[in-house]
Design a protein around this ligand. Structure first.
Ligand SMILES: [Mg+2]
Length: 365
């Protein structure tokens, strides 16, 4: 039994919206939409279950959400509060195991095969964690999925949402996968779903019938991932220290613009925020990326890599100008602008304040 892992996926229910309902009693039981103003061009960051009944979901333009439910409460996100709650729940996880892999503020994988409390039942651990979350966050609920790999645990947490738990044992996995609609497979987005449906793959049972060769032919490298999960196999470990790979900010404009000088002004504002954020997180990156979305929602990125970490606003702006000139911005109207910095140096501050730099030439020791 040693090689069977015990993986839990915990996912807070309608997280931002639930926090808002917890902190403002007038919002309880009502459609709540966290995001921009209904008049803005922002998107829905989260919405309460009451709002979902109107067909509202996250990433939907706020204006659309407003049309569907004009009487909903539109609330600006309070990320500092969400972060504080996120830290609180992470502490609960870490009580049980060091193998915690956060996927976002409100979601994490835990490997509890071996755990600090010596509890052999992963289901029992998941239930205890859900109860502790409810108590320590003063009423927020989480859903849990329990299984023997990440894919199944993640899919399971969605089955009995909100405030539920689903366990998938090795014996139940084949049946569970067979009836699972293809869009529910972790990693299958809208585009892939459409391609799968065109190939006649509607659910796990259909996916299982396709050979590995054909899946690789249709989906490239990801094909073998689909093949494996269709057969209930996913050996990816829970990675506790998965570091952030890039830091960036983006903004959706109030109106589409075609004036590149105006774009550079906005990029200047964003660059200042990115530099500030990098400083706060003590990160130094070598690659600068410009992201933009044209009026027709097509997005492009352009990058440049420097020999030394970038933190100088002037240098960043000079390069953004060149990157921007390398796009169709201006000829085409632009609706979103963003900047990110990646390719971080492995700099970590020691407790005594010294900064440890990586070896410069990739020397292995
Ligand atoms: Mg969630």
């Amino acid at each position: 039994m040693h090689d069977i892992r015990k993986i839990i996926h915990i996912d807070m229910d309608a997280f931002y919206a639930s926090v808002e309902q917890r902190d403002n009693h007038e919002l309880k039981g009502k459609p709540v939409i966290v995001g921009g103003d209904p008049q803005s061009r922002g998107v829905v960051a989260a919405c309460s279950y009451e709002a979902r009944k109107f067909g509202i979901h996250s990433a939907m333009p706020c204006a659309t959400a407003y049309k569907r439910c004009p009487h909903a409460a539109f609330i600006r996100p309070r990320f500092d509060v969400y972060k504080a709650v996120s830290l609180l729940i992470r502490e609960i996880f870490l009580d049980y195991t060091d193998l915690v892999e956060p996927l976002s503020l409100d979601e994490a994988f835990l490997d509890v095969t071996i755990n600090n409390k010596g509890i052999s039942s992963a289901t029992q651990i998941a239930q205890q964690i859900r109860r502790e979350i409810f108590k320590k966050t003063e009423g927020l609920t989480a859903s849990a999925g329990v299984s023997f790999n990440k894919f199944l645990a993640k899919v399971a947490s969605d089955v009995n949402k909100p405030n539920g738990i689903t366990v998938i044992t090795p014996g139940q996995a084949p049946f569970f996968i067979d009836q699972l609609p293809i869009r529910k497979f972790f990693g299958v987005g809208k585009v892939t779903e459409e391609r799968m449906l065109n190939l006649g793959i509607k659910n796990g049972a259909d996916l299982k019938k396709v050979s590995l060769e054909n899946l690789i032919h249709y989906f490239g490298k990801t094909g073998s991932y689909y093949y494996n999960i269709a057969h209930g196999r996913d050996s990816r470990p829970v990675q506790p220290n998965r570091e952030r790979k890039s830091y960036g900010k983006e903004t959706t404009l109030n109106t589409d613009i075609d004036d590149t000088n105006q774009m550079l002004d906005i990029l200047g504002e964003i660059a200042r925020k990115v530099i500030e954020g990098l400083r706060r997180e003590d990160r130094q990156g070598l690659t600068l990326t410009l992201k933009l979305k044209y009026y027709d929602f097509q997005s492009v990125t352009r990058s440049v890599t420097f020999p030394e970490p970038i933190s100088d606003l002037k240098l960043i702006m000079e390069n953004l100008k060149i990157l921007l000139a390398n796009t169709e911005a201006g000829d085409k109207k632009v609706r979103l602008l963003g900047i990110s910095v990646s390719n971080f140096l492995g700099v970590q501050k020691n407790t005594d304040g010294w900064v440890q730099l990586p070896l410069p030439f990739g020397i292995e020791g």
